[in-house]
Design a protein around this ligand. Structure first.
Ligand code: CA
Length: 232
């Protein structure tokens, strides 16, 4: 059995879900603590060394969104939001506020652990300033120093905007990025709300990197939320 040293705080008021998550974490070898309110979560964070948080958005005392806002004032710890299926809007708002990822109830232990592992990898990449110059997923490869994209070892031509989009996705490999987030990052301050432009840009990029753009292998669409580059 693996033993992780990253300590996880589970913030969930539904006792059944809390114990399901707890059991999954324990089985996988993660140390964790569980609380049921936003107030207790914040208290916990100031007194205990926590590396990652799983946060239910519908808490009895205050909104999970408030918890994210407060934490982001002083910490960049990974926050994975746990939400019900009818909370799509909240999910996107939570990501825009700085949550790292989300899980929609009901989810499997495998999904939960996959998301946690991605978040932990990011935690270490963040702290590592000498980012490796070459990153790849499947047959898709990016050389950040030379600003070249390869597919099956062949250089492919991408426009500067497509390059920026792909770079952003690679830097956040495995993580979901909201449409707003992507627009802001690649178009800058005057990004407005041109989701159509982003869809067109994405379609163009997919035609270049995906064998079957309607069944993408690399860049996944998260319906109603945004996009995610797979992390293999
Ligand atoms: Ca709840």
């Amino acid at each position: 059995m693996n033993h992780y040293h990253e300590r996880i705080l589970v913030v969930e008021d539904d006792k059944q879900i809390q114990s399901f998550i707890g059991y999954s974490l324990e089985t996988a070898g993660f140390p964790y603590d569980a609380v049921s309110t936003g107030e207790n979560a914040l208290q916990y964070l100031v007194s205990e060394p926590i590396d990652l948080m799983l946060l239910d958005l519908g808490l009895p005392d205050f909104d999970g969104m408030e918890v994210i806002k407060k934490i982001r004032k002083w910490s960049q710890m990974p926050i994975i939001v746990v939400s019900a299926r009818d909370q799509d809007k909240e999910k996107v708002a939570a990501l825009d506020l700085g949550a790292d990822d989300y899980l929609t109830k009901p989810f499997s232990a495998a999904e939960l652990l996959a998301r946690i592992r991605v978040a932990i990898r990011h935690l270490y990449r963040q702290g590592n300033n000498n980012e490796s110059a070459i990153r790849s997923v499947g047959e898709l490869k990016m050389d950040f120093k030379k600003r070249i994209v390869y597919l099956e070892e062949k250089e492919i031509h991408v426009t500067p905007l497509e390059y920026s989009l792909l770079l952003l996705l690679f830097r956040n490999m495995g993580k979901v990025l909201t449409t707003q987030n992507i627009l802001k990052e690649i178009y800058g301050l005057n990004y407005g709300n041109d989701t159509r432009a982003l869809r067109a840009l994405m379609a163009g990029l997919r035609r270049k990197i995906e064998k079957n753009p309607s069944k993408p292998r690399y860049i996944m669409t998260e319906i109603g939320v945004g996009y995610r580059l797979v992390d293999e």
